[in-house]
Design a protein around this ligand. Structure first.
Ligand code: MCA
Ligand code: AMP
Length: 504
């Protein structure tokens, strides 16, 4: 039995009245509540005919009940497909068509219901979960004898499909197994020294690896607890910091905290660990944070396809500007473009292998094959070097990807939509330095003939198609895009030209 839920269950505290979640409003959920509410949701799903291998899309608000929904899927062996709560109907339609879900759980205000996105899917069951944690996922109060059982899944069975990298403009579903998650969970909670007394401040979204797996797994493997905020709001984080021991965040969390007047020794008195990941943490931010608090932020590195790959140490030297060493059982190597292994200090492609590496892309064997080397290493699309002590420094990316405030934005996806707009001849989307989000999305467009387009109208139009974090913050008109001899847009030239767009 290789169920991740089973692993959690084996490690629930003996006294299940211990706290698991406390919300911003002070509502408490114990481990006993976790067990009971998860069983109730499992019950409804089983009665609706959803079981082992059933695909469950959820597009819901961040509530404790959303966590129990995810845990219920793990328990019955269903495959969770969490989606960003700000996706538009255009984005959602793609995921629904690709996944062909057995069940969709969403907020009653979601475009899935409002715009009838499931109308043509009479085999898909629809349940609701609203922002107060209520909905039809609790409709079957009666028992289902199976809801007490944990499905007998194999390590290789898919636990979750998370959408990622769309270099072709189409997001791909990364199939992450129970084995991937269990091995990474065991590694992380040990590496970061989690214990029963830890209280995590959870302010991340729960539809990505960082907030759903990294944060939750570390808590659940030790019977620890968390203060669960609906989103990152710097004032709330400052208010709750004195009550917690660990914070996990993207670099934007730390730049915003640094600008807050109340980040001081008193607010962080109980803290044992600040962790950062999902995007590069600038050395200056790490140094300023150290000067102000005496804490060296622990930076780590991962990706959806691998969960966590490398981490600076809990005990030992945390080197700012690096993402630390490969985690136990994981191999990181640096190679040339034709997969020859490079030595320490030499910059090249970062490749990874280990029990953390995903099973492949959903319904996309070809793309899966492309992303792996002949000897089974995953090509991360990141570029970097290893030093003599095995510390990894990431210097860039070979993939066309922008990371804005920890969210991945694939230029191609936006370019396709913008190129389809009336009067737009061609578009190039780039990322340039942004003081808050690390990188900010900028579009450079060429218009047809005498077309006139107003920047703010265009931005409003795009917000109807794309989640706001993907929408360019600035759009610049240009007479033609710079091309190289192969006819490819020279994004480096554009990045240089628009580099200072967000300078304050
Ligand atoms: C919100 N906006 C953004 C972003 N977030 N724009 C660009 N990039 C963003 N990340 C939009 C808002 O919709 C709004 O648009 C405007 O920008 C200002 O929003 P603001 O209120 O400042 O933002 P916020 O709501 O405070 O959110 C910022 C945030 C959030 C807290 C940094 O984006 C966040 O929680 N990011 C974490 C993402 C994450 O969990 N990534 C992990 C992926 P308008 O004004 O037009 O309405 S997992 C991963 O990467 C791997 C595996 C790993 O290693 O962890
Ligand atoms: P995702 O597709 O959301 O899983 O994003 C994974 C990508 O985020 C990686 O391939 C890296 O490019 C980037 N990333 C994650 N953590 C870090 C970090 N600590 N430093 C630099 N880049 C990071």
């Amino acid at each position: 039995m290789s169920s991740l839920y089973k692993l959690f269950e084996e490690r629930f505290p003996q006294d299940t009245t211990q706290s698991f979640i406390e919300t911003k409003e002070g509502k408490l959920y114990s481990y006993k509540d976790l067990i009971n509410i998860t069983s109730r949701i499992a019950n409804t799903m089983l009665n609706a005919g959803i079981g082992h291998g059933g695909r469950v899309i959820f597009q819901v608000n961040k509530t404790p009940e959303a966590i129990f929904l995810y845990l219920a899927c793990l328990k019955i062996g269903a495959i969770s497909v969490p989606l960003n709560s700000s996706y538009t109907s255009t984005e959602l339609s793609y995921f629904i068509d690709d996944i062909e879900p057995a069940l969709v759980v969403c907020d009653p205000a979601s475009p899935i219901i409002k715009e009838g996105l499931l109308q043509s899917r009479n085999k898909t069951c629809l349940l609701t979960l609203d922002k107060h944690g209520e909905g039809t996922i609790f409709k079957d109060n009666g028992n289902n004898s199976h809801s007490e059982n944990i499905a007998n899944v194999n390590a290789d069975d898919i636990a979750c499909i998370l959408y990622t990298s769309g270099t072709t403009g189409k997001p791909k579903g990364a199939m992450i197994t129970h084995g991937n998650l269990s091995s990474n969970a065991m590694t992380l909670h040990q590496s970061w020294g989690f214990n029963n007394d830890d209280i995590l401040l959870h302010a991340l979204p729960i539809f990505h690896v960082h907030g759903l797996f990294v944060a939750l797994n570390c808590v659940l493997l030790n019977g620890s607890s968390m203060i669960f905020l609906p989103e990152f709001n710097v004032n709330d984080v400052i208010e709750f910091l004195p009550m917690v021991t660990v914070l996990m965040g993207v670099p934007t969390f730390y730049t915003r905290l640094l600008s807050h007047p109340e980040l001081n020794n008193e607010t962080i008195n109980n803290m044992r660990l600040f962790i950062s990941g999902s995007a590069p943490l600038l050395k200056e931010v790490s140094d300023d944070f150290y000067t102000k608090t005496g804490h060296r932020i622990l930076e780590r590195y991962g990706m959806t396809e691998t969960v966590m790959i490398a981490s600076n140490p809990l005990n030992g030297e945390r080197l700012p500007g690096t993402v630390g060493q490969a985690l136990p059982d994981i191999t990181v190597r640096i190679t040339t473009d034709d997969d020859k292994i490079l030595g320490n200090g030499e910059t090249g492609n970062i490749q990874v292998s280990g029990p953390n590496v995903f099973k492949g892309y959903w319904k996309n064997i070809e793309k899966t094959q492309e992303e792996f080397t002949k000897d089974g290493f995953l090509k991360t699309g990141d570029v970097g070097f290893l030093d003599d002590k095995g510390y990894l420094t990431i210097v860039g990316r070979s993939k066309d990807l922008i990371i804005s405030g920890g969210y991945n934005v694939y230029p191609k996806e936006i370019e396709i939509i913008m190129n389809g707009l009336d009067g737009v001849q061609e578009t190039a989307v780039i990322g340039v330095p942004h003081p808050d989000f690390g990188e900010g999305v900028v579009a450079v467009i060429v218009l047809e003939g005498n077309t006139k387009i107003d920047e703010s109208n265009l931005i409003s139009l795009l917000k109807k198609e794309l989640a706001t974090y993907k929408v360019p913050k600035r759009i610049f008109k240009i007479s033609e895009l710079p091309l190289n001899v192969m006819g490819k847009v020279q994004k480096n030239t554009l990045r240089e030209r628009y580099n200072n767009t967000f300078d304050s």
